[in-house]
Design a protein around this ligand. Structure first.
Ligand SMILES: [Zn+2]
Length: 463
């Protein structure tokens, strides 16, 4: 008897296989295809086996770190390798590190020697939305995993590789700038997407207005669109205002948190579900949204992800906590129990048949929490309704003190008194208690150098 859970893994494998006739005639492409077939098998293993393999990799990583990475040279004081081999729970004895550690002692995190087969490739620079950049060296191995996860994400989303793909993100190369952006004949190199594909159009996210970016989309008419949630939110709202006929065949988001409001907006206006990939620059892909249930599957083959409470204890299913990551495949700048700065909710197994562990929700950065005397909250302002009150082309919020929120908005005209009153009322409706709302008109909302943007930042929350 074929179980339901066996089915989804079989379907993933069949989808991959159905693209075999489109395989690029290169060894690298054939290797990527075989690797992906293996990866689709590993997601069908039992949860226990997946955890066992992750733990084995974690022990090997720790061994490497103690011997070859200055920052971790004294880590044997926390747990012996032999002890850890026998008891995976002892991993939690290792300290949790954060962005500040990486900033202060960056070079101490670099391995002075790599195992055979691992070659350093380049530096991943995470500029963050507010802070100083941190640097992580990637290798051929860690890069290979990133490419494999990108392909897995496309397979899960059942993307048709013969279609065209539009990508609006930070590229940092002049060829991707307006007015035309960059056109490639393939979605990615054959090591990443090993098939002959439709064209890919790339546009730099940090330059130009949303109007210009939407004009570009209308000219290029990509079938699929991949971009940051904040860009998608504005593109979709503007497209509705302008009554544009272009509709995406599929949407992938990356780099920022997707909230329920955005999902509803995209469903209403474009009749599409968002396929989200959760990643951080320092760690690469962390989890991919499950198309069957909307939860996120942790990419355990290359990462160990823990959700811990504020005192460092593991959170059970349903409980929100900090996301702590160990990068199992990057031996050049290994991160062991690195708090990436996000909060998420761990979940029970998904039920779709893919056995990779689950995050039910990813809530975003700690600085995106509203701070009140009664605790911290995730604000959701229902900004779609704002456009019915006044012609507002975009907005961001900042909590400056316990009782004050500023809304910076872009608008052609100053708001009238009744419009201001109505907006204050709507914003206060979304808050746990009434606050003073300052409305500040700005010429534009500038996108940070990282390309990512945050709708709400509290000056009172941690980073
Ligand atoms: Zn699932």
């Amino acid at each position: 008897m074929v179980t339901r859970s066996g089915n989804i893994n079989r379907k993933d494998a069949e989808w991959l296989k159905s693209w075999q006739p489109h395989l690029v005639n290169q060894t690298k492409a054939k290797d990527a295809f075989s690797f992906q077939a293996q990866l689709l098998k590993s997601q069908a293993e039992s949860g226990k086996n997946i955890a066992r393999l992750s733990h084995k990799q974690a022990v090997a990583l720790l061994s490497h770190c103690i011997n070859r990475v200055p920052y971790y040279k004294d880590y044997l004081q926390y747990v012996g390798i032999g002890q850890l081999k026998d008891n995976s729970r002892l991993w939690s004895r290792l300290p949790i590190i954060g962005r500040d550690d990486l900033l202060e002692r960056g070079t101490d995190f670099r391995a002075w020697q790599l195992p055979p087969g691992h070659r350093p490739l380049g530096t991943l620079r995470s500029s963050g939305s507010t802070g100083t950049p941190v640097e992580v060296v990637s290798t051929n191995v860690s890069n290979g995993w990133q490419k494999a996860f990108a392909l897995r994400s496309a397979i899960w989303a059942r993307q048709d590789f013969t279609k065209t793909l539009g990508v609006i993100r930070k590229f940092s190369r002049p060829s991707t700038c307006l007015p035309d952006g960059e056109t490639s004949d393939h979605w990615a190199d054959p090591e990443g997407i090993p098939f002959n594909t439709g064209q890919r159009f790339g546009l730099e996210a940090t330059e130009g207005s949303i109007e210009q970016q939407l004009d570009w989309i209308i000219r290029k008419k990509p079938d699929y669109l991949m971009t940051y949630p904040s860009v998608l939110r504005e593109l979709c709202a503007l497209s509705q205002d302008r009554n544009d006929a272009w509709r995406p065949l599929g949407l992938t988001t990356l780099g920022e948190t997707v909230d329920d409001e955005l999902r509803a907006q995209i469903r209403d206006i474009w009749n599409q579900d968002i396929h989200d990939v959760y990643s951080a620059e320092e760690t690469g892909v962390i989890a991919i949204q499950c198309p069957s249930h909307g939860r996120y599957h942790i990419q355990s083959e290359a990462l160990l992800v823990e959700i811990v409470d504020d005192s460092g204890r593991a959170c059970g299913p349903g409980k929100e906590g900090r996301v702590v990551i160990s990068t199992l495949s990057n031996y050049a700048t290994p991160l062991i129990r690195y708090a990436v700065g996000d909060r998420a909710v761990a979940g029970p197994s998904c039920g779709c048949g893919r056995s990779l562990p689950v995050l039910t929700r990813i809530l975003g950065r700690e600085r995106n929490l509203l701070v009140t005397e009664k605790g911290k909250f995730w604000p959701s302002f229902g900004t779609r309704r704002f456009r019915q009150v006044a012609p507002i082309a975009g907005q961001v919020f900042r909590q400056t003190s316990l009782d004050v929120i500023e809304m910076h908005y872009v608008g052609t005209n100053a708001l009238t008194e009744p419009q201001e009153q109505e907006l204050r009322r709507l914003i206060n409706q979304a808050l746990p208690h009434e606050m003073t709302i300052k409305l500040i008109r700005v010429d534009e909302i500038t996108r940070p150098a990282s390309g990512k943007s945050e709708i709400f930042i509290s000056d009172l929350a941690g980073s």
